[in-house]
Design a protein around this ligand. Structure first.
Ligand SMILES: NC(=O)C1=CN([C@@H]2O[C@H](COP(=O)(O)OP(=O)(O)OC[C@H]3O[C@@H](n4cnc5c(N)ncnc54)[C@H](OP(=O)(O)O)[C@@H]3O)[C@@H](O)[C@H]2O)C=CC1
Ligand SMILES: O=C1O[C@H](COP(=O)(O)O)[C@@H](O)[C@H](O)[C@H]1O
Length: 497
């Protein structure tokens, strides 16, 4: 057997690189568990293709796709070709991308606790191949669990049972647990097998360009930083409506629902990015600590006052959905943050499937004071970050209506982040780079997740509200409108049903 030695994954700071002393990145073996699944096809292969094109992969690397069946390398290659065809960078890139990815890819049968499959042997072969190709020294082995959450515990135990945990990094997808109890159980199993420094829990909303820009907008610009509190902000809206259907993944979705799929992870993490106190420094540990501390100030949701659930009409007719399903395909929630900066400011969270529009927006609605010079003619100012795509920043403000009179109007200025000099990375590509470099800034940790589950837990109990029907293509149940009063949801304000 060849040496399966790997890099020490102790690098926890933003400055760590996963590189050797000369700055070369260590050779990489990315073991993609669930490589024929939806996430791998839609997001991971395109992300790898992007990283390859951008020169962000090490000189020597290999992709080892795994699955439960006995498949050939060629069958794996075909999955990659089809995936890039459907979800890749477009016609002019697909062939080149597919050629490179498939040339670097092998397939192995998944390891279980009882049966190593072919994974350890193929891993050894890849180590030898990398050595023959001229790479010497340590290899960065990353296991990416792109498998259903129910498989996280068995997969972790299987890796441990066959001595595949030493010195590797491991990436867990979301949801990391489905209740406070199952989160703790999963995390205990993970820590039996791995040191915390080896573990990367992905929340891809944290990797979005515009989410990362929240810090910069606020901490690099006093214009924004000075209004970032309850004295200036009346409410925060984190609004992620989706026109998407769930027919493709009905079985998974019916067992999960909008609240577990989106709120306890993505929307809570984005709320924390908005609400955190300024970190002492920009070092990874400081940023992570600041984000986690504010999640510790999230007041547990009050399902009777602050949550509206919905289900789009016709949902129960979808194949794979139970006839009497009460799964929520929509949630609007009012989150309160009990600290001096945000006391009394509602953080309004909304997301749902089959809604009127797709967007991913964070808006700080600024207070207005009718006692001031222009009285109540002044509209709320709004600072918005659109997280979708490469991201954008919008400022809505009161201006003089052009013309002879001193009348007021509102106007919006928009800065598309792709117009800024630079090269934005899609979230999954960005987070993969961080894993390779050992940069943990944008990953969740048990402390933050424990706080998140505490805040979310009341929704899992007997006070879970009833699920209101809403028409497809609408903005959700009417009951959700009241949560956002007196301002109202900014999106769909003019045509909300
Ligand atoms: N799809 C998406 O858009 C997103 C998904 N995620 C997360 O990514 C993960 C994967 O999601 P997705 O790709 O949609 O899931 P899939 O249902 O497509 O499953 C992925 C693959 O996992 C393998 N698999 C299925 N069951 C098991 C099992 N019991 N043990 C081991 N392997 C199994 C299957 O491969 P095979 O049959 O070859 O073994 C399957 O193709 C999930 O945790 C999900 O929450 C996160 C964000 C977005
Ligand atoms: O994790 C998830 O996120 C997507 C929305 O994010 P996007 O970046 O893919 O637009 C959501 O549709 C999905 O249900 C959820 O699992």
């Amino acid at each position: 057997m060849s040496d399966r030695s790997t890099t020490s994954p102790h690098d926890t700071d933003r400055t760590s690189t996963g590189s050797d002393a000369e700055g070369h990145q260590k050779p990489l073996i990315l073991v993609l568990h669930g490589a024929r699944g939806d996430l791998s096809r839609r997001l991971v292969f395109p992300a790898l293709a992007t990283l390859n094109r951008r020169g962000l992969l090490p000189e020597h690397w290999a992709l080892l796709g795994t699955g439960r069946g006995a498949k050939t390398d060629e069958e794996m290659a075909e999955v990659i070709r089809e995936a890039l065809d459907e979800f890749g960078a477009g016609d002019d890139q697909v062939e080149d991308d597919a050629e490179v990815l498939t040339r670097h890819t092998r397939y192995a049968q998944e390891v279980t606790e009882e049966d190593p499959g072919t994974l350890p042997d193929v891993l050894d072969e890849l180590h030898r191949t990398l050595e023959e190709a001229g790479s010497e020294g340590e290899v960065n082995v990353v296991h990416y669990l792109a498998i259903p959450p129910a498989a996280f515990i068995p997969a972790t135990r299987a890796l441990a049972a066959h001595d595949l945990t030493d010195g590797v990094r491991i990436v867990y997808e979301k949801p990391y647990g489905e209740s406070p109890e199952s989160f703790r159980e999963l995390d205990a199993v993970v820590h039996e097998a791995f040191d915390e420094e080896q573990v990367f829990r992905i929340d891809h909303f944290l990797g979005m360009e515009a989410t990362q820009n929240l810090h910069v907008l606020r901490f690099a610009n006093d214009l924004f930083g000075t209004v970032w509190d309850r004295h200036h902000v009346e409410q925060v809206q984190i609004d992620v409506p989706e026109t998407l259907d769930v027919a493709q993944r009905a079985e998974f979705y019916d067992g999960t629902g909008a609240a577990l799929d989106m709120v306890v992870n993505h929307l809570f993490q984005v709320a924390a990015q908005v609400a955190m106190e300024p970190p002492r420094h920009l070092a990874s540990t400081d940023l992570v600590r600041a984000r986690e501390e504010v999640i510790g100030c999230f007041r547990p949701l009050d399902p009777t006052q602050d949550v509206v659930l919905g289900q789009f009409e016709g949902y129960r007719d979808i194949d794979g959905v139970a006839e009497d399903s009460t799964t929520d395909t929509f949630i609007a929630a009012r989150l309160w943050i009990d600290n001096p900066r945000w006391q009394g400011v509602p953080f309004l969270l909304r997301t749902g499937k089959q809604m009127a529009a797709s967007a991913q927006r964070v808006s700080l609605v600024l207070r207005r004071d009718p006692e001031k010079l222009f009285g109540d003619e002044v509209e709320h100012g709004v600072i918005t970050l659109s997280l979708a795509g490469d991201g954008a920043i919008e400022i809505t403000t009161t201006v003089k209506r052009p013309g002879p009179d001193l009348a007021l109007a509102t106007g919006t200025a928009r800065l598309d982040l792709h117009d800024v000099d630079g090269d934005p990375l899609p979230s999954y590509a960005s987070l993969l780079v961080d894993v390779l470099q050992g940069d943990r800034t944008l990953f969740t940790t048990p402390t933050g997740l424990e706080h998140a589950w505490q805040a979310f837990a009341p929704l899992l109990g007997e006070d879970r509200p009833e699920v209101h029907p809403y028409p497809r293509g609408s903005w959700g149940p009417a009951a959700a409108e009241d949560l956002a009063s007196p301002v109202g949801w900014l999106l769909g304000r003019d045509d909300a049903s």
